[in-house]
Ligand binder design. Structure first.
Ligand code: SAM
Length: 281
């Protein structure tokens, strides 16, 4: 029988199961269990929560989450080669780890988890921002999750916490800060991963706010900020032309000078613009 103490070191797991890293799956593994335990602790108190983990790989962070007391972990992994290693972890923590082989973009976690739910992941970089935007833009709020604790490339992490008037400020900052409280809680050099990626990484912890900071329809706000920052050097009256033929009137109604550029406009004003465009909210 596999027990917690008899789980082999992750380097052995990788060698035994021939888990050579695949670039196409964004595989940069964390093999230091002290580090994965630390990331699990950054997620907050897990004891009364179910945890959704995207991309468990050989299971380093999964072990951290279970050792830190997560009630249950649902781990969604696309690479079938990782399943035997994850089965060993599941055997060491009876009834607490469920592994689904599949694409994180296609599963509905609520079919498998009971609230309160926290999401924790060393994300595959190719789908990280897409998943984050999805988790931040459901129609209804509060969302299914209480917090997200996610690894990103450092540059993406900085975009999530960026303030107006800076180069990094844009759609990610606005969506994240509209309905959540995001903080960078850990920085990691490339050497923390096997194999090392080209750039540094950072863990961002986002807590869901009970209500958005300002009312707006999620789809409209997402559409407006995407268009505004797609052409961030243009004045908003031309950058947002595709959103509405009457965009100048809507900008004025929201108190935004039509000659302003997206970088200078704060969250409250973007929400006012979304409400003018979609008054049903
Ligand atoms: N959590 C592990 C760790 O920290 O060592 C692995 C992290 S690695 C950066 C990303 C993981 O996500 C890989 O195991 C990869 O196979 C998996 N993955 C990639 N695309 C995925 C997808 N669409 N759905 C689910 N898992 C995916």
């Amino acid at each position: 029988m596999t027990t917690i103490d008899s789980l082999p070191p992750l380097r052995e797991v990788i060698a035994d199961h021939q888990l050579s890293a695949r670039k196409s799956l964004g595989q940069n593994f964390l093999l230091d269990l002290n580090l994965t335990a630390k990331i699990a602790r950054l997620a907050g108190d897990l004891s009364d929560c179910d945890v959704l983990e995207i991309g468990p790989g050989p299971g380093g962070l999964t072990r951290g989450l279970l050792a830190e007391g997560a009630r249950r972990v649902l781990a969604v992994e696309k690479d079938a080669r990782c399943l035997p290693a994850l089965a060993q972890v599941a055997a060491a923590y009876p009834n607490r780890l469920q592994v689904i082989e599949g694409d994180a973009l296609e599963i509905n976690p609520l079919e498998h988890l009971t609230p309160p739910i926290r999401v924790t992941a060393n994300l595959p970089y190719n789908i990280g921002t897409e998943l984050l935007v999805r988790w931040l833009t459901p129609k209804q709020w509060p969302p299914f999750w209480q917090s997200l604790t996610l690894m990103f490339q450092r540059e993406v992490a900085e975009r999530i916490v960026a303030q107006p008037g800076t180069k990094k400020y844009g759609r990610l900052a606005l969506l994240a800060q509209w309905r959540a409280e995001p903080h960078i809680v850990m920085s990691l050099p490339p050497g923390a991963f096997t194999p090392p990626p080209k750039v540094s990484s950072a863990v961002v912890h986002l807590t869901a706010l009970p209500e958005p900071r300002f009312p707006a329809d999620a789809g409209t706000l997402n559409q407006v900020v995407a268009a505004a920052f797609n052409q961030r050097r243009k004045m908003l009256r031309s950058a947002l032309k595709s959103v509405s033929p009457d965009i100048e009137d809507h900008l004025k109604a929201a108190g935004i000078p039509p000659t302003e550029r997206a970088e200078q406009v704060g969250l409250e004003a973007f929400c006012a613009l979304a409400r003018s465009l979609n008054p049903g909210t």
